[in-house]
Ligand binder design. Structure first.
Ligand code: ADP
Length: 420
């Protein structure tokens, strides 16, 4: 089955075309035909393609809105010049969408119909910056491919539906949960699930034997405690602002600061929230950049004090979460790194793991240094009782596989848990 995977943002679409079916899934033989992204939708858009052979290609096109962008994309990936091998719109058999917020009702991936659209709409107030764009992407796809092509929603929150009450409830008056659905939802679920699944495959474990802490460290960062293959706690909360230090997000802080900052700086509460989301984290501390690669260069080559501080705070917070999740899990078998930082920066991995020898984690510096650019493997020293791994996340592949499962009838709402 040829599946178009879409991750639709406000002015961007990330896409991938994947060929998968039951046999390919069983043998890890899925084929990725093409991937890329469209940026700056609404103006002169830039489209970047990454082909299966590693080559990239850039195009520009005037795409006035999401509908035009998805229509252009569908037309292009099914044209001979795309090199995808698809030659007609009918060659796209199904579409899988990353949808950020599934609230409490969506516990696994689902075929999109009128009721599901309404459900995603109902969660708009929980994710006002994301769900509306996801809905626009679904509508644009229907316009481009027709109602006959099945579309599947894969929710970022779904993997965390297994969190127990004691992990998802905040210690605020209980009626707030009932009245306004205020609780921890967690995000990056597709990524944590993808990492856990791959870890289980590489280490030949049964799903029930997966007891690990996954760290997705990209622009957004989150940690997840996984026991028996399911999420039992995660660092992002009601929104993706809570938890680890991120590129531009503060992560955990004292909520009393909102009012205090607002008063001191003459800002509204929503302006303070915007500051915590987009001017904080690595960018806020360093005053330089949200990009870890640039920050490491500033710290190591130019000895910039605040760049160093930002990195130190980032690593310290991640290490604290590992400690907390070791306690939540009663010990774990491995800490698993993924995301742009987790997959590429041996230095950050080493600094996060430093001081965890008490927990049985000893880093093998040489192996750690070699695990970059999409390589997977274990980098803890022989004899470590808590292992350290790099397992690159592949959210698009997981979305494609879920799409196949749902379309072929193997997964329905509420009847089956998301497999790791
Ligand atoms: P997103 O969350 O937007 O998908 P990514 O997972 O691509 O982002 O992660 C982006 C982050 O990964 C950036 O901070 C970037 O600097 C960092 N990164 C990528 N390569 C390296 C590297 N070699 N060393 C350190 N950080 C890196």
């Amino acid at each position: 089955m040829n599946i178009l995977v879409l991750n639709v943002g406000s002015a961007t679409v990330k896409f991938q075309v994947v060929v998968t079916d039951a046999e390919r899934m069983a043998n890890d033989g899925d084929t990725k035909l093409l991937r890329g992204q469209i940026e700056r939708i609404g103006g002169e858009s830039v489209i970047t393609f990454r082909h299966a052979d590693g080559t990239t290609r850039r195009l520009t096109a005037a795409l006035r809105d999401m509908r035009a962008a998805v229509d252009w994309l569908v037309g292009h990936v099914t044209s001979p010049e795309s090199g995808s091998g698809l030659s007609a719109r009918a060659d796209i058999h199904a579409v899988g969408h990353r949808v950020v917020h599934g609230g409490e009702q969506f516990r696994s991936s689902v075929l999109i119909d009128a009721a599901v659209l309404q459900g995603i709409e109902d969660n708009v107030e929980l994710a006002p910056l994301h769900n509306p764009h996801n809905l626009r992407g679904i509508e644009a796809t229907r316009q481009a491919l027709g109602a006959g092509v099945p579309q599947v929603a894969v929710f970022d929150t779904a993997f965390h539906h297994t969190l127990p009450e004691h992990a998802y409830l905040y210690a605020v008056p209980y009626p707030l949960y009932r009245r306004h659905k205020i609780r921890r939802y967690g995000f990056h679920g597709t990524s944590h699930r993808s990492i856990a699944y791959r870890f289980r495959k590489i280490t030949a474990r049964e799903r029930n034997d997966v007891r690990i802490i996954t760290l997705h460290l990209g622009n957004g960062c989150s940690a997840c405690a996984i026991q028996g293959g399911v999420s039992i706690d995660t660092s992002m909360g009601f929104t993706p602002l809570e938890g680890l230090v991120m590129g531009t997000r503060s992560g955990d802080l004292d909520p009393a600061l909102l009012d205090y900052i607002a008063a001191k700086e003459g800002l509204s509460l929503s302006q303070v929230e915007a500051m915590l989301n987009s001017q904080s984290g690595l960018l806020g501390i360093s005053g330089l950049t949200n990009d870890m690669r640039d920050l490491l260069a500033e710290a190591n080559e130019l000895q910039d004090r605040r760049a160093r501080l930002a990195i130190e705070i980032f690593c310290y917070r991640a290490r604290k979460y590992i400690g907390a999740y070791l306690a939540a899990l009663g010990g774990a078998d491995a800490v698993v790194f993924a995301g742009g930082i987790g997959e590429n920066s041996a230095e950050i991995r080493a600094r996060i793991c430093a001081g965890l020898e008490w927990a049985g984690l000893h880093v093998d510096a040489q192996t750690n240094g070699a695990l970059v650019g999409g390589r997977e493997g274990c980098f803890s020293a022989e004899g470590s009782t808590l292992e350290a791994w790099v397992v690159p996340t592949d959210e698009e592949l997981l979305i494609a596989r879920d799409t196949f499962r749902v379309v072929s009838g193997g997964m329905q709402v509420g009847t089956r848990k998301n497999p790791t």
